[in-house]
Design a protein around this ligand. Sequence first.
Ligand code: CP
Length: 310
Amino acid sequence: MRVLLALGGNAMTADGRARPEDQIAAAAVAMEAVADLLEQDVDVVVTHGNGPQVGNLLVKNELAAAVVPPVPLDWCGAQTQATLGFVLMDALDAALARRGLDRRTATVVTRTLVSADDAGFARPTKPIGRFLPAADAALLVEHGETWEDRGEKGWRRVVASPEPLDIIDAPAARALVDAGFVVIANGGGGIPVVRAVDGTLSGVEAVIDKDLGAALLARTVDADVLVIGTDVTHAVLHFGTPQARDVGVVTAAELRAYAADGHFASGSMGPKVDAACRFVEGGGARAVITDLAHLSEAVTGATGTVVVPN
Ligand SMILES: NC(=O)OP(=O)(O)O
């Protein structure tokens, strides 16, 4: 069995501040689960989010712009692929060594094609970086940024998030998987690039949704199961109300109907549900949404929100 494991950027950052020590601790938990699966002869490919991390890098760039040249958002995304790849490889190598497993790990810097005409460029939807109180966010809106009320945690900056169309570097990831490497690829949904009429690629300032990128990568590497690791054990109906109810085993059609009824927040559970449905609608056997502590059980469908074909 081959599994694509998508780790949430928020789940990797404890309180959302994305301190290095929190990310290292979360990577250790997640990579123990990966090592468990490898020990059971399950083939694992890993991808990860970068929302908190790429937002923090953008702020550092902006604050330091008078001192050193700032870099664009797609460069920040590329930097998060390298940093999180490094953290995950260190954690995975340690977990493999404890079990005496002889596997090599590799991170692929991954570009993902988007359309320059994508409606997402005109309407920012992807939450990144830290949460702020409404008054602080209002000041940044006056400076031209787009911020959105994200509920009880506060306001969060939103940026363009075009649809992922093609994972340019999937062949490299696939070759490494086939050669026996445990591969980390398409972090942050991939570095968004557009193709000019002459065929050349160039980065664009956006952050792709990593769950939608994961659904595409999972099909590209022929994964049987997509597991989306986040900070909750299940998708929840009537979230935050006395009627709240975990979603267990569900068909893609049933889950899409719940989504159409407004049960899942945009930029949060919404894209995870969409990605899970896309994966099974495209031929995947099962997609599971759960937290980092339940990753290895989730692969068999024993826990979490388990999305199955209609
Ligand atoms: N790129 C992305 O979707 O990251 P998060 O999962 O951290 O929001």
